[in-house]
Design a protein around this ligand. Structure first.
Ligand code: ADP
Length: 545
């Protein structure tokens, strides 16, 4: 790998000669400053989560050189983003905006089209523009991470006053996560639903503000998301229709107390009745946060120990090995663990917790875990921090399951129903068994739906293992779609396939997206192929994967 890296030549986007490309980059240097335009001619270094590369996907499931940038540019203002977009249109160069590029498991910082120029917005556009303690809102730039906002609240003495919401890993960008419709674990966990107001640079270089932001002199941009007329924000999430340069976000008032709880359930078959118990509790907000129902296999992996510590054979790790390992942990043996949090002062919590306890105990063998018996590095405490809006990175540990561990997810959406949970669980298990892959299912219960997140951990230096993981994923996506389940989000490599499953009425939605793309981005320069949307300049040339 190192040898190949030393020989590395910069990639040039298709359709432009190397000399012309280098000339175009020099022109951009004049606008942005020499040091803010970097050609990607260095060895590709993977780094780790907090020191991740912005040139490629450090967890790639393809060859390293597939989804790779030709150059990375660092704007410092919205005006500079506009300049970059106009430049890209002039030379017909594909550009790919990232906020921070920590979207690991979904493509990281990588562009979909090899040789795109990556716009790393986060490096220099990283200001918290406003925190409004009365309205519980903020306005941020792309480089503001969950950690940064959390620290800012702490520094300003506002941490007791209001909370942020963080996803499983707190190092990512608030804007990046929100536009990709990521979720967190407080009652404000649906990030997209909790944002209010965008500033967007369009693919032709104009800039717009959505919602109340369109009214000069307004003071409600972050408190009323809709403004007047069509609600345009939607087309800027999971798309390639614009570059978000500012976003408003609502923050949660400190609920006045909180308490994490963990229940374990013994049998795999407990899944269906448990999900049916969860549904009414979640919809009526007795279960107040996006809670996780996790399989014990992933909890064992979350210890951070490699698989080889437990088992050296091939194929799915046997259940008895997992259960024996679980029995040795402070939690003890189980199959499913439910992690949740109750919010509010003690007298309010106790009522809700009693209801939950009575319902969960309808499952024979249900155990409530006493947190005071759990050591400080137990995974439970990571869930506890995250559900209290405290950013964390403990979740990275299960990636050590494989040497040179990387991960990619199968994440179908279903109703919160036992029959659906069982169907998806059986589907994932059968396909992963076929491909000899350990099965890490976790059900994330939203309000009226749940995502099943199945992370596949693979060795990023083993081409055979990567191919197997990808074939397995593709099969799961197709089988799930045939039963009516679609992915809520996906990795770059699966975007065409997943978009293709949303094909009702002869692919009418896909065609609508193409019409929008062609109208907004006539040269098709902005993030071509992202979420399966290609501008007309790319269609019909076999770019789809
Ligand atoms: P994070 O920093 O949370 O890891 P990323 O910056 O990797 O998130 O963003 C995830 C994906 O969302 C990116 O690959 C990109 O396609 C898209 N994206 C991120 N930020 C923006 C933005 N400001 N404007 C438009 N698209 C964006």
């Amino acid at each position: 790998k190192e040898q190949r890296a030393r020989q590395r030549l910069p990639v040039v986007p298709l359709g432009i000669e190397r000399d012309e490309f280098l000339k175009a980059l020099s022109e951009l240097k004049e606008t942005l400053g020499n040091e803010h335009v970097e050609i990607n001619d260095k060895p590709l270094q993977d780094g780790w989560y907090m020191e991740h590369p912005n040139t490629h996907d450090m967890m790639t499931i393809l060859d390293d050189e597939e989804f790779v940038a030709s150059a990375v540019v660092y704007p410092s203002t919205t005006e500079e983003v506009q300049e970059i977009v106009r430049w890209a249109n002039k030379y017909l160069i594909p550009i790919f905006p990232i906020s921070m590029g920590r979207n690991l498991g979904y493509g990281g910082a990588a562009p979909r089209v090899r040789g795109s120029v990556t716009i790393d917005l986060g490096k220099r556009m990283n200001k918290i523009l406003n925190i409004n303690a009365e309205d519980y809102t903020c306005l941020v730039e792309p480089g503001v991470s969950f950690y940064a906002l959390y620290n800012a609240l702490e520094e300003r003495g506002l941490r007791d006053h209001m909370w942020i919401d963080t996803p499983d890993l707190g190092g990512g960008s608030i804007i990046g996560n929100t536009v990709d419709r990521g979720v967190g674990y407080t009652p404000y966990g649906d990030h997209w639903a909790c944002h209010s107001g965008l500033e967007v640079v369009l693919p032709t270089g104009e800039v717009i503000r959505t919602g109340m932001g369109a009214l000069p002199g307004n003071n409600t941009w972050q408190s009323f998301p809709y403004g007047f007329g069509p609600y345009s924000d939607g087309i800027f999430s999971q798309s390639n229709f614009g570059i978000v340069t500012k976003m408003g976000m609502t923050l949660m008032p400190n609920p006045g107390g909180y308490e994490s709880f963990m229940y374990t359930f013994q049998k795999e078959e407990d899944l269906a009745p448990l999900i049916d118990i969860i549904r009414p509790l979640r919809i009526s907000n007795i279960l107040e946060n996006v809670a996780q129902l996790r399989h014990v296999t992933q909890a064992i992996a979350a210890s951070g120990l490699p698989r080889t510590k437990f088992y050296s054979g091939t194929g799915r790790i046997p259940s008895d090995v997992i259960h024996a390992a679980a029995a040795e942990t402070p939690v003890g043996d189980y199959t499913w663990a439910y992690y949740g949090m109750s919010y509010g002062p003690a007298h309010i919590r106790s009522h809700k917790l009693a209801l939950i306890d009575a319902e969960f105990h309808k499952i024979p063998g249900c155990r409530k875990i006493d947190p005071s018996t759990l050591p400080a590095d137990e995974y439970f405490w990571s869930r506890d921090r995250i559900a209290a809006g405290i950013p964390d990175i403990h979740e990275l540990r299960w990636v050590n399951w494989a040497p040179n561990g990387a991960h990619i997810a199968f994440s179908p959406v279903s109703p919160i129903r036992g029959a659906d949970a069982t169907q998806l669980f059986e589907l994932g298990k059968a396909v992963q068994d076929k491909y000899g892959i350990d099965f890490f299912p976790a059900f994330c219960v939203g309000l009226r739906e749940m995502h099943l997140i199945v992370e596949i951990v693979f060795n990023r230096d083993d081409p055979e293992e990567k191919q197997r993981a990808l074939r397995c994923l593709r099969e799961m996506v197709d089988l799930a779609a045939a039963k009516g389940y679609g992915e809520y989000r996906t990795h770059l490599v699966l975007m065409d396939q997943v978009a293709g499953t949303y094909k009702w009425n002869d692919g009418a939605l896909g065609k609508f997206n193409e019409r929008l793309k062609d109208a907004l981005d006539p040269n098709g320069i902005l993030a071509p192929g992202r979420c399966g949307i290609w501008g007309k300049r790319y269609r019909g040339f076999g770019w789809e994967l």
